[in-house]
Design a protein around this ligand. Sequence first.
Ligand code: RAM
Length: 921
Amino acid sequence: MQSKRLLVFLFCTLWFFPAVFAEMTDVRLSDLRCESLTNPLGIDQEVPRLSWQLIGSKRGLMQTAYQIQVASSLDLLKQGYADRWDSGKVLSDSSIQVPYNGEKLNSRDQCYWRVKIWTDDGETRWSEPAYWTVGLLRYNDWKGRWIGLDRSFDWDREDQFSRLSARYFRKEFQTDKKVKRAMVYIIGLGLYELYINGEKIGKQVLAPAPTDYTKEVKYNTFDVTQYLNQRGKHALGVILGNGRFYTMRQAYKPYKIKTFGYPKMRLNLDIWYEDGTKETISTDDTWKVTADGPIRTNNEYDGEEYDARKELPGWHQVGYDDQTWLKASFVQEPGGMPRAQLNEPMQVMDTLRPKTIRLLNKNTYIVDMGQNMTGWLKIRVKGASGTAVKMRFAESLQADGSLFVANLRDAKVTDVYTLRGEGTEYWEPRFVYHGFRYVEISGYPGEPTLDDLQGLVVYDALATTGSFTSDRPILNAIYQNAWWGIAGNYKGMPVDCPQRNERQPWLGDRTTGCYGESFLFDNAKLYAKWLDDIQGAQLPDGSIPDVAPAFWRYYSDNVTWPGTYLTVANMLYQQYGDVYAIRKHYPSMKRWIQYMWENYEENGLITKDKYGDWCVPPESKELIHSKDPLRQTEGMLLASASYYQLLRLMQGFADIVNNEVDKQFFEAKAADIKEAFNQKYLNKSLGQYSNNTVTANLLPLYFDMVPNEYRKQVFENIVTKITKENKGHISTGVIGTQYLMRGLSNQGRADLAFQLATNTSYPSWGYMVEKGATTIWELWNGDTANPSMNSQNHVMLLGDLLIWYYEHLIGIKANKPGFKQIVMKPDFSLPLMQVEGAHRSAYGQIRSSWKKGKDKLQWTIEVPGNTTALVYFPTSDQEKIREHGEGIEGLEGLRFVKKENGHSVFEVGAGTYQFSVDLVE
Ligand code: RAM
């Protein structure tokens, strides 16, 4: 019901401020965010973007104007002296991604900010302040040099299974005056852990985010003032692991796999004293280093070995005797420009207790985590010094109960902990992660119990922003599997899989996937970072690789994988209202589009393809790829249709960057392709494309390439194929599945989409669940196919399934960028009785939960402040719609828009509503 009390909610991720109730209009402002979601420190955007949320209990809450103030200190801000920027009152309803437009910001600047807004009811008071700091904007801001040790040691081994121990660095320094503020900037490659006076700094693990280090290196920023509040000596300690930097492990394929050299680092610690002076501690050859510590080897694919007998007690504290340590050497720079890591770091996000432990044979146990997860095992153990506990990880078991490792290829995924032999010892690895459900433990002294083991779940610290449950358990189970798969494959970049010797950021796996994922996770910063990776991997001629960062050098010049560059940018715009990604990447996207045309166009079509409709269900269950031409879709068709669709995206992008000439060019080109395409592939007498696969017909239909008079027939061919030939089953691979669920629903066969989504027989997502999967497989026939390419945790086969869950089942779709306007249109005709769903957008929580009875639909919706929703009620009779039991006529926040196909459509303003619709005719 209407309440006079409005709440406006502002947020800034690290800085979370309690709600403040404004007196003037009963509006609360809170929750400010500047650029980064998790860490507003060290932001290196010259034009940061500011966002806030409005949450009000008054219906229809809309912002009519805002004012932002930014000051160099909290005191100044509180006094209303906004020395960096005072926007003044700006008549605008923008509340997300508002560009900073004040004084030019300089490296290390501090920015305190606040906002107030106006609504039709008046003006709020100022929000609580939030904060960001500027990073190191210029190369020359970095003091000191890169240090490391460009060599290996006797105990290391450099071959296919190369072993390189972790490097420990230390440096003592002195503060004689009172410290006002201290900030540390660190680039530790491949991976680092940072300590000050023995304390670990930050919650990040496996940091920094991987990049092509010759193009760009990421630094992390921390406020460490609290660690330096005592005058006197202090110690900095850093451990460097290998990560993606030292990848000699893969150097047996030097033509394919990039290696970057030995681990190295650069660090700046800025200290500002109360007396106004400033000092910077930086990396130089006064640092000491040893590689002879407890981490004897660490590599992402083979595992970590830790010998607790080699521990260096107190190495990261003041007074440690480092005489036997080496002097750090100045080493070559990695080459890439230092840039702030704005995407969320990896963290331990959850802890799982194992479900069972079973004795396999003498002193070997099999632990079942109950879930295919990514991360590692933390152990508790007590035993004699020198006892080695070995842990091997796998996704499934063989018939005899032992680990199934054939699908890991040559990755050894084995961690070893060697005991110190004093009291109870705890251990977890630092510089590796594994994709696993089962762990084989051998050498454990005594019998491990469930309490001795913990599964630490590790992925990028992205908030889960979506939820879905329904009265169909199979739909819920598939959703859960998808959540686990997506989370587990976010590793500072979206990777294909977390377990075998691959773990690469393949573009094609995320073309449409990124969009579905965005309903479940706040993945904006991660994908913005990935666009930079892709841009960095572009060759001067315009070519874009299939894997970016291009750790694997695959420049195969197909359309479907590199095209992801454009679809990700489009996703960020549509789902997050981010136009900046499009502006930033427009020239490179255009260059690629032109490059492909110039090099691979023939008779108006794009000839080049590489992967086909990757991973269609094959004709026999042990096959990875089908050999049957009738199941495959012609590569040139896939390339040309996809290219056409990307040209349509480019038209939209050209509009955004105000380039009318380009827009017309893309439009004309698209029209030409459409014609050539239909000429080549449309069989007019049969109303089918090419060899009539679902994918061959679906792509032109979904992309709007089919001449009107053939649309019906082409769609009929899709339906016949699915219902008759495939007996109600899926036959598409990675390409076709991206449009399948929406394609069927949009053409009026949501029932068929629903059947595919709820199938439990082969091939289907439900089949995977039936076979015990707790994630999504790489192959429809993952249970029977050859293990050489058969991961049990891939997300590419999700296609557009999650988009369909949100847009068609829950009924939440962004109608204007960032969900400024939402379409709420669940498909109530489906044999589903209940759905509860929500998505937290940049504007706030959107909810749609409905329950169908025999004659009544109950539907609770929540629309966030400063947005509106177009709500589709499944009746053309408005009298049948009630809210909180009362007729809706004249109801605040509601405006009738139109009638459409038996629906009454209303525009609904911010607020929570409990609708019911009488379903009796
Ligand atoms: C495999 C991976 C990946 C896919 C490529 C083409 O190596 O499974 O997911 O994109 O092939």
